[in-house]
Design a protein around this ligand. Structure first.
Ligand code: NAG
Ligand code: NAG
Ligand code: NAG
Ligand code: NAG
Ligand code: NAG
Ligand code: NAG
Ligand code: NAG
Ligand code: NAG
Ligand code: NAG
Ligand code: NAG
Length: 880
């Protein structure tokens, strides 16, 4: 049996700075497979044919769909799992077979969650009046407000959300499930106990009973008016909820393929999923399944992924599928905050209100005490980090006011508690507010106020005033929504947004939308509302915009809407999380840039593509073309120009490994020659433009610079469009994919994955034996500097008389069970080997090396020279 272990946490230790700590986030379920069947077959005929053999399987998911006919199953008999798998793969009715992989619930940053209890009445009333203008910042950023002002709500459009389910009991999400409800259709494909590895237990109820992710996503699309004063971007749509995660688990790609096809067959107009895992291969089965649905006319938006830290070339599946619309994230221009209302008074003034955020511990119970501060310096960078002076009074009768910064909240709280403090209000040293945690003996309540509020109080204290703060128990305190301008990163690409392109230079992502700092609905049991950041939040907003644009234009054609949104988007400057730079962010990070719903809905110019890839140097596209259609009633002349974005080096200098974020960015992009620089298109007419790029000069091609930019089309009718393009200078084929130095033999019991020296003997259980505790199996680590579509692990006998065959020029007993591995992203993983071979038999006792071969990008799998190769040290296996 094989164990696929993600050794990300260990990489740091072993590889230190050598290797980017990339992870294989999609794990394989041992013995579980998806088959796609030939026409005229379905899962029933598959299982009945199988019933006549001695292969025993447990059914997982029926995949009897118009666009995907097949099934998934778990092989029951672990002792001959691979032989059985091979026999199934060879059945005449089986077209394709893939291992089941699982994807985790996306890791998003939950900034705040809570309830609407105590929400200010004013907000409640404001939202009740019909047709109040939409001022929700993410809607203003994307021009959703302008479409809403025209009365466009996506009325009647069916959007399927593939996620953790939806808490449809939420009053802002309709309060019910089924016909006539906001969440009008969908299903639970898995059940609460599904974890990705066990068998799904479907039921018809897609309630989001434990996670929350899908409820937040759904509110971004369709939330109805609520006490927080926002709505979803398309509150007129009806939602389909397809639940693919149980509680706390992962989702298999068989479940995801089933969910997509059910959503398609249930008549969804648009399907969205904020789910993914590192890949970069359009051939991934889930990506292929989604591509087919797009080709059948239903737009599919998928979040680009939250792995921006990994740098360029880290596209995620299924977003990386051909024709699938991958959505990048931009940070909100506003930082929404939900504050508790409290008041303070000075000796000689009236009472004033202020807002604060509760922290942990949280036992405030209507506290009314004067403030005390260790000093009155609002610029103190390490306020309260040292023990307080002997002159400090007994602080049990005060609320201690401490500035954030330098040392931990716990250290600050410990120093205050040493002088008897029970309550602490921190004041921030950056914009916004967070929920502070400082569990320290003696401290009953902590909270935070803004930097401005802290400064105001310090000024009063410094002036000799007594400032008495009255705090109402947070459990019953009134609260209100406010927001601060996000001066740090508003409108720029979120640093966490994953970068494309794919390994075959398909442009990814396509579009960008606000995903950082988003207020939306949350399950009632978890408070009801939350502020969350992730591409998971950008994706549903884009799906909602698809609905609005589709309603205005009267078409759901995926290419038409994607091309319109791409051409009308606003690209932005590169921002590294702290600072903006004077050049556009690469297309590999932002795609088209921030979508503009109104411009897309009303544009009278239609381009035939959403982006152009010039491929790499080996496959350089010398000339390509696109068309401009003028839907207006007057002739328009478009001036074409080339607006360059920063070029990003993929590899660190003199390294086979990609750089982590931010990749080194350099000026210099392609120059583009157009068939004409001014293109006149008659009313209702169509004109083709050819584009002949010249890759930028003077770059280190061996480091795989990715250049990009936008073809700007400025029309005499005032239209200003931009078409993203991207290319790679250098040869992806010649780039090193296998990190041979970190591909080696280890042992299954070593969590640190240290290499083992040559000539070790492993005594392992016999074919049908049970492994006693502490059995040490041989194991091996494979490290990929770049993605590889095919990785072999050949068992090479050292005995010249062994019955080996020759595969691709090497003597082998066959692959280790579970190999060849296909369509792997960059990163590393470890595999344990119990002696089972690819064909299900066991390798005889003997001495072996494992020959690891990774196919180069664009390599021909049938040619041995197209693989990069390394061998483990020899080792011996004996059976007990
Ligand atoms: C596994 O396969 C063997 C040989 O085909 C058979 O004897 C055994 O009963 C099977 N075990 C299970 C659990 O199916
Ligand atoms: C809202 O505004 C739109 C567009 O101006 C209008 O068609 C619609 O009737 C208005 N709805 C209400 C309830 O006033
Ligand atoms: C704190 O810093 C700000 C900005 O640098 C400055 O304007 C202010 O005078 C400083 N205040 C004190 C008390 O040093
Ligand atoms: C780049 O060229 C290769 C080889 O022809 C091809 O397989 C790949 O699809 C091309 N990429 C794009 C985006 O066209
Ligand atoms: C446009 O490009 C396509 C291939 O991408 C080619 O088949 C077609 O002939 C080209 N058309 C023009 C007008 O160059
Ligand atoms: C088109 O507009 C863009 C953006 O305003 C500008 O950068 C570019 O120079 C313009 N191109 C032409 C040819 O006017
Ligand atoms: C391992 O065994 C082989 C064959 O006996 C021998 O040639 C080699 O030197 C050994 N390697 C080590 C490191 O002991
Ligand atoms: C266990 O394996 C041994 C050797 O591979 C074989 O002789 C024996 O019949 C097997 N026993 C069972 C119960 O399958
Ligand atoms: C093996 O280890 C597991 C977990 O530590 C323990 O529960 C089990 O009793 C052990 N079995 C034997 C045979 O020692
Ligand atoms: C090779 O296979 C033959 C026939 O199955 C067998 O008799 C022989 O022992 C095998 N040789 C080795 C070295 O395993």
């Amino acid at each position: 049996m094989v164990h696929w272990t993600n050794f990300l946490p260990l990489l740091g230790g072993i590889f230190s700075s050598v290797v980017v700590a990339a992870e294989i986030s999609a794990q394989v379920v041992p013995g579980a497979y998806i088959v796609e069947l030939e026409d005229n077959h379905d899962s029933a005929s598959f299982y009945s044919t199988l019933g006549n053999t001695d292969v025993s399987v447990k059914h997982r998911m029926k995949l009897d769909y118009t666009l995907f006919k097949g099934t998934s199953f778990q092989l029951k008999n672990v002792s001959d799992v691979d032989a059985a798998a091979k026999r199934i793969a060879n059945m005449a009715m089986v077209k394709q077979m893939w291992p089941v992989r699982v994807f985790k619930v996306p890791t998003v940053d939950v900034i705040w969650k809570g309830s609407d209890k105590g929400m200010a009445e004013s907000a409640l009333q404001k939202r009740q009046s019909a047709n109040t203008s939409d001022t929700f910042s993410t809607h203003v950023m994307t021009q959703v407000d302008k479409l809403r002002a025209e009365g466009v709500t996506g009325q009647g459009v069916k959007i399927a959300v593939i996620d953790t389910g939806v808490d449809y009991n939420h009053p802002a999400l309709g309060g019910c499930f089924g016909s006539g409800c906001l969440v009008s259709y969908g299903t639970d494909l898995v059940g609460d106990n599904y974890d990705g590895f066990n068998t799904p237990v479907p039921d018809p109820d897609p309630h989001d009973s434990c996670e929350g992710h899908g409820t937040h996503v759904s509110g971004i699309i369709a939330a109805q008016a609520n006490p927080f004063g926002f709505t979803g971007a398309a509150p007129g749509v009806t939602l389909g909820a397809y639940r693919v995660f149980g509680c706390g688990g992962s989702a298999g790609n068989d479940v995801l393929i089933a969910a997509y096809n059910e959503a398609y067959e249930d008549g969804s107009d648009i399907i969205t999923a904020s789910i993914g895992g590192a890949s970069g291969w359009t051939e991934d089965p889930w990506a292929v399944a989604v591509q087919r649905i797009v080709e059948a006319g239903v737009p599919c938006t998928v979040s680009a992924g939250n792995d921006g830290a990994e740098g360029i070339f880290y596209a995620s599946t299924a977003a990386n599928g051909k024709k699938v619309t991958a959505i990048a994230s931009v940070d909100n221009t506003q930082s929404p905050m939900v504050l508790l209302n409290a008041s303070y008074a000075t000796s000689n003034s009236s009472t004033e209100n202020f807002g604060w955020t509760e922290g942990s511990p949280n036992t405030w119970e209507n506290v009314s005490l004067p403030l005390w501060a260790v000093n009155y310096n609002v610029n103190d960078t390490a306020n309260g980090c040292d023990p307080y002076p002997d002159s400090t009074p007994d602080l049990s009768g005060y609320i201690v006011l401490i500035r954030r910064g330098s040392c931990t909240f716990v250290q600050k709280a410990t120093n205050a508690a040493a002088k008897g403090a029970k309550y602490i209000l921190f004041y921030n040293n950056v914009p916004g507010l967070i929920s502070v945690s400082a569990a320290v003996t003696g401290i009953q309540g902590v909270g935070m106020v803004t930097a401005e509020q802290g400064a105001e109080w310090i000024t009063l204290l410094a002036g000799g005033a007594t400032v008495t703060v009255n705090i109402i128990d947070p459990a019953s305190s009134p609260k209100y929504v406010t927001s601060e301008v996000n001066t740090a990163s508003g409108g720029f690409l979120s640093t966490y947004t994953s970068w494309g392109p794919t390994w075959e230079v398909d442009v990814k992502p396509q579009l960008a939308a606000p995903g950082g700092l988003i207020l939306s609905t949350y399950p009632l049991a978890l408070g009801g509302y939350a502020v969350i950041s992730g591409t998971s939040m950008a994706c549903p907003l884009t799906a909602a915009v698809y609905a609005l644009v589709a309603k205005v234009r009267g078409t759901f054609d995926p290419a038409t809407i994607e091309n319109l949104l791409s051409a009308t988007s606003n690209p932005n400057l590169f921002h590294d999380g702290a600072t903006a730079y004077p050049y556009l962010a690469p297309v590999a990070q932002q795609g088209s840039g921030l979508i503009q719903a109104y411009d897309a809905a009303h544009a009278t110019t239609l381009l035939s593509v959403s982006s152009l890839s010039f491929n790499d140097t080996d496959h350089f596209i010398e000339t390509t073309n696109f068309t401009i259609r003028n839907l207006g009633s007057e002739e328009v002349t478009y001036s074409l120009s080339n607006v360059v974005a920063a070029t990003a080096y993929t590899l660190d200098p003199a390294s086979i490994h990609p750089s982590v974020f931010p990749n080194e960015l350099v000026p210099g992009s392609a120059s583009l020659a157009f068939s004409e620089d001014k293109v006149t298109v008659p009313a209702g007419g169509l004109v083709a433009v050819t584009v002949s790029p010249t890759a930028p000069a003077g770059l280190e091609a061996s480091r795989l610079p990715v250049y990009s930019g936008y073809i700007a089309l400025n029309g005499t009718n005032g239209d200003s469009l931009s078409l993203p393009y991207l290319g790679v200078k250098g040869s992806l084929h010649d780039a090193t994919v296998l990190d041979a130095d970190f591909t080696y033999l280890t042992k299954s019991t070593d969590n640190d994955l240290n290499p083992v020296p040559a000539n070790q003997t492993f005594t392992i259980p016999a074919t049908n034996g049970t492994a006693p505790n502490g059995t040490v199996y041989p194991a091996f680590v494979i490290s990929l500097a770049l993605g590889s579509s095919l990785i072999r692990a050949d068992v090479v006998p050292q005995n010249p008389l062994a019955n080996a065959t020759t595969v691709l020029g090497a003597r082998t007993l066959g692959n280790v069970f579970g190999f060849p591995a296909r369509y792997m992203p960059r990163g590393g993983w470890a595999t344990e080997w119990d002696g089972t071979l690819e064909d299900g038999s066991y390798a005889p006792a003997g001495t072996y090396t494992l020959l690891i071969r990774a196919l180069k990008i664009f390599g021909d799998a049938s040619v041995k020279e197209e693989y990069e190769t390394t061998s483990t040290v020899p080792f011996t296996i004996r059976y007990q």
